[in-house]
Design a protein around this ligand. Sequence first.
Ligand SMILES: O=C(O)CCC(=O)C(=O)O
Ligand SMILES: [Fe+2]
Length: 467
Amino acid sequence: MPKRRSNSPKKKQQPKDRSRSRSRDEENNGTSKNSNNRLLFAAVLGAVAAVTAYYWRNDAEDTPWQPRPSDAYAPLKKISGVLIEDFVPQRIIDELRYQLMDAVNGTCAAPTMVCFDPARVDVATGEAASLLPPWLANATAAEVVERPGASHCVQGIKEADAHAATASVSFVSSRDEFVAAKAVERAVQSAVGLPGSHGLFQQLLYYPEGAPGYASHRDCRDDAAAAAAAAGGAAPQERAFTTLLYLSDNASGDTDFPTLRVSIKPRAGLFVAWRSLKNSKCDPASTHAAGPVLVTDAPKLVLQRWYERTPYLPGPNAHGEPWTRCSLGEDGSVDSCRTYCASQRARAASDALRFGMEAFTAHKSGLDPDARAAAVEALSDALSLLPGLSLAQVLLAHALYDGAEIDEARICDLCARFLADYPSLKGVSEDAEVMLEELQCDGGLVERHRSLALHEIAAARGRPRAA
Ligand SMILES: O=C(O)CCC(=O)C(=O)O
Ligand SMILES: [Fe+2]
């Protein structure tokens, strides 16, 4: 017999009623309906917001930052910087290096689109503005397109020319894509208190020998209004902290903090982190640059991650085909070109997630009777590719919960996994908790998933490398 249960979680109205056998008619009236509306609102709005802005956020919560005093790095004191050597065991570094090099030689290898920020190409005429670099001399012959989230782009660039533009490569991975990156996330949480739930995507950076580096900048934004506009009206990103884990030993390519007169030389296993915001403002002292890598040096490899002030739930990875973005230097010339790319697996998972979110929204709108099944299928696909994809976990739990015949064990597991990573994401975590309660899930499930995570920390922070 198919199980009957409430249409949506109802913690507030019926805290003690865990019955899953009431009829739908009974449920669809009075206070339950208000509760349904609240949850429907949270879920759908959240999904839509995630589609448009690629994240949910919670302004109520501040990011913790509690590094051990012994890890404080005095030269970066003004920005609460820490520096930790031998942050993770060599095997973690080896795996990350392997993933990055594999991407550089494979999925990231052939960017054919270069974008300028701000616009350097006239979309109407297709003419390149002045000060374009020589490799774009015949850009007018190429197709000029607009890319959401970037400015004007030139498409169809010859591969060799695009390679000339590739000053660095950012291989953008989901938080859970690689075991090694996940282990680093846990290590960061244990060392400086930054929970993974505040982290943006992880970036594996590659600067080839001879790369000019990355021009002086801050990772935060000064102008909240401009940032909101750039985010398409959604809440702007606020990168509050930056963490770097160097994966290579270099004689050049230092991370420089000109205001603080500090230079950090890359050394495999060296971890450095600092805060960019001071009293909620973008701190000028956090200005930094990646120095040029000498032609005689080895390529510089880094795992970089930004952390938001508040929890952040990533949506689909925005990077499809590899593409290159160039920013402008102070004199208006093009500098700091970087190629962005993601793995085939992450891209496939993102496509499934995007489709699943659309289907989920259609299901919640009540207009399409087949949408729920489509959402379940697509979100399950996304999770089979990237099991830790938190947004897919919580949406799939909701979609399954709304079905006539529910797989309680699966919903419990999805909610517990989600809550182990996102214990306090406004509106979303609460719903996951309500589902756990309504389904009378095993009370220790979340804790088990959490301790699994702690186990990963212990594994990540293994014995220091031999000198
Ligand atoms: O590679 C580095 O040393 C720093 C990179 C950086 O600052 C950035 O990508 O925002
Ligand atoms: Fe930076």
